[in-house]
Design a protein around this ligand. Structure first.
Ligand SMILES: [Fe+2]
Length: 405
């Protein structure tokens, strides 16, 4: 038996934000990140619609990118004071992910962060509040998923919280919120989305339901991501739906080691002055992991099917895998994303010398690999890497060298 879980309601298309008027409750806390939602006027609209629905509204503002355990605890405290029956999270992946974790702590004040990280081990939520998510970027799809990523800065590690309990009740996928996205964000979040779809399609937990969603989202991302990056707003709108479909797929089929590696390299070099941005990490690692996973016959066939749907040509699966890798690398070039950590510079742009020096990378390689193997996303990857293989793979991701093992 398998389970397939999505939000009860997904409102999508231009103007979908108005669906907030239909929520029923007494008090809503609105969780939000920086100032972009305020500047765009969207935060005001959210407040107005919720008040129109008869609710008292309180804001929890300033959730940082890559939210910390401390922010989660602060938000939960604000919730326990205000006692909302709706948690409305608006913004990129970060405020929505943080609000999901706050929700757990609000419902169960005794819960520690460690308890939250027990995969599919959460108690029943919704005894105090329901959850509505409104994404303003097109990639994480956290508005429809059972996941939240919280960073423990003391350890320098990103931890995924995973449980269908934190799948939101309502998702509002309104493309108007994405029109002011900086193009760097369009590139990174878009490559995150295609990574979700490809990892979900080859995951050992895939099924017919998730396959349909994954393949269609891959087709849509192929048709729209680069155009959206170049400023085509119809493509920007299509990307918002495409990433959501990819999210529906991976929330149920799970992911693979591209994400394990992205989680464990994201914050580990933060002391050198920069994060490896999630979407950029995925974009760099995905072609390497495809080459590694394609040594598994079932995965190779599935990559071949993806290449067919993308009309990439090739007369056998080996050729199709090569063409798929080449296509994805070309997308990175079109989106101005580097191919390896060694050339990953400021703002995630390609640089002759990246911000992670070789000696520091090699020093930390053993621990990064060990942590990546333990990541919650590794279990559903088509191949289970040994410590030695994971280190080799990470080296290929650093130097941008070919994977031949
Ligand atoms: Fe992701």
């Amino acid at each position: 038996m398998s389970r397939f879980t999505l939000p009860r309601d997904v409102y999508h298309g231009k103007g979908a934000l108005e669906a907030l008027k239909t929520l029923e409750g007494k008090r809503a806390i609105v969780c939000v990140g920086g100032s972009s939602m305020k500047k765009g006027g969207f935060l005001q609209k959210v407040e107005d619609y919720l008040k129109e629905a008869g609710m008292e509204v309180e804001l929890f503002e300033g959730i940082e990118p890559d939210p910390s355990v401390e922010t989660v605890m602060r938000g939960a405290e604000a919730m326990s004071k205000f006692q909302p029956d709706w948690i409305v999270a608006i913004g990129g992946g970060s405020p929505i992910d943080a609000a999901k974790a706050m929700w757990i702590k609000y419902e169960y004040p005794e819960t520690t962060f460690e308890d939250m990280c027990k995969v599919f081990g959460l108690p029943k939520l919704r005894t105090k509040a329901h959850f509505c998510a409104i994404p303003s970027t097109s990639g994480t799809a956290t508005e429809v998923t059972a996941f939240s990523i919280i960073t423990d800065y003391q350890k320098g590690i990103k931890y995924p919280i995973a449980d269908f309990e934190i799948t939101p009740d309502v998702a509002i996928v309104d493309p108007e919120l994405t029109h002011t996205m900086p193009i760097k964000l369009v590139a990174h979040t878009g490559m995150d989305a295609i990574t979700h779809a490809i990892e979900a399609y080859v995951s050992t937990a895939n099924c017919e339901y998730t396959d349909a969603l994954a393949i269609h989202s891959i087709e849509m991302i192929q048709a729209n991501l680069v155009k959206s990056y170049q400023g085509d707003m119809a493509s920007r709108d299509a990307m918002h739906d495409a990433q959501c479909l990819a999210g529906m797929a991976f929330s149920n089929a799970l992911l693979g080691i591209v994400h394990s590696m992205a989680h464990k390299t994201g914050a580990v070099f933060a002391d050198l002055g920069a994060h490896i941005i999630h979407g950029a990490a995925n974009a760099m690692y995905l072609p390497k992991v495809i080459a590694y996973n394609a040594k598994d016959e079932t995965a190779k066939k599935r990559y071949g099917v993806i290449a067919d749907y993308m009309h990439l040509g090739g007369s056998n699966d080996d050729e199709k895998v090569k063409l798929l890798i080449a296509y994805l690398r070309k997308m990175n070039d079109d989106l101005n994303i580097p191919h390896g950590i060694a050339t990953y510079g400021a703002d995630g742009l390609p640089a002759e010398k990246g911000f992670v020096p070789e000696n520091i990378f090699l020093e930390r390689l053993h621990d990064i690999a060990a942590n990546a193997i333990l990541d919650a996303c590794t279990g559903s990857n088509p191949r289970q890497p040994s410590q030695e293989e994971m280190e080799k793979l990470l080296k290929c991701c650093y130097y941008d060298t070919e994977v031949d093992f």
